[in-house]
Design a protein. Structure first.
Length: 258
């Protein structure tokens, strides 16, 4: 997968050299390119923002640097939403615009993004990017405006780090054990609307605390049921909204399957 990020703070993306994403890059599974938006400015101050039309507080990112940057990075790539390019042509990029006004980022969207061959992220600062930029590229690309949560950050760079990590760990070969994201909270499957319960490792006794007996029993059916019960209790406590989306029959089927 190729990932391009256009930002006025390229150094903010340095964590993409570390840990899971850094290793995936080193192994050639991910091609990440970070671009400084100011490369496409030509005045002495490398200006990227201006006052908003209609008045109001804050500044808006100017369309020209974004347009030039995206034209150069995207080249001639086009893909009206929902279509795939012909064999042998450059894969169609998906443009991901982090904004608190976007659709919520969740595991389902992470899975969808992980299936794209090429993602281009446009993290903004200030009050956001001149709307014409998004409209311009939405005419020829699959453009997604995405929010990582109901709070306002100072810019889209931290959301890009969040989204790239969530996507990268889903790519084939990135996680050591190909199965290891299947049990994640929010992963598709019979427990899809439940949060993961508690986990334990050695030593069996730490301070005055032991391990729940059932986990030492070797009884896979009882362990699965205990994990399901723990997941349900945690979900009820922390995310009662998810319980409402739970299909009780699928939980019973899960129990029987163990
Ligand atoms: N930019 C600022 N806040 C944001 C958020 N919550 N999600 C995505 N981009 C943002």
């Amino acid at each position: 997968m190729r990932i391009d990020v256009v930002t006025i703070f390229p150094e903010y993306l340095e964590p993409l050299n570390v840990s899971l994403v850094g290793k995936a890059r080193a192994r050639g599974l991910l091609d990440v390119r970070v671009h400084d938006l100011r490369r496409w400015t030509y005045d002495r101050h490398h200006t990227v923002d201006d006052t908003p039309y209609g008045g109001g507080p804050g500044m808006v990112m100017k369309p020209e640097p974004w347009g030039e940057a995206l034209d150069e990075i995207l080249g001639t790539a086009t893909s009206p939403a929902g279509t795939t390019p012909a064999a042998g042509t450059t894969p169609a990029p998906m443009l991901v615009v982090p904004t608190p006004g976007g659709r919520p980022f969740d595991q389902e969207l992470a899975v969808e993004l992980s299936g794209a061959p090429w993602l281009v992220f446009t993290p903004a600062r200030y009050e956001g990017i001149d709307r014409r930029v998004i409209d311009e590229y939405a005419d020829r690309l699959d453009v997604r405006e995405v929010s990582i949560g109901d709070y306002v950050l100072a810019g889209g760079e931290a959301p890009v780090l969040v989204m790239v990590e969530a996507v990268a760990r889903l790519l084939p070969g990135v996680l050591g054990n190909a199965e290891s994201h299947q049990d994640d909270s929010f992963a598709a499957g019979p427990m899809s609307h439940l949060l993961e319960g508690p986990v334990y490792t050695k030593p069996p006794q730490w301070r005055d605390r032991g391990i729940p007996e059932v986990l030492l029993s070797g009884h896979h059916g009882r362990i699965a049921r205990w994990r399901r019960d723990q997941a349900l209790a945690r979900t009820a406590a922390n995310r009662p909204d998810l319980i409402a989306r739970c299909d009780p029959s699928s939980l019973d089927a899960h129990d029987r399957a163990e």
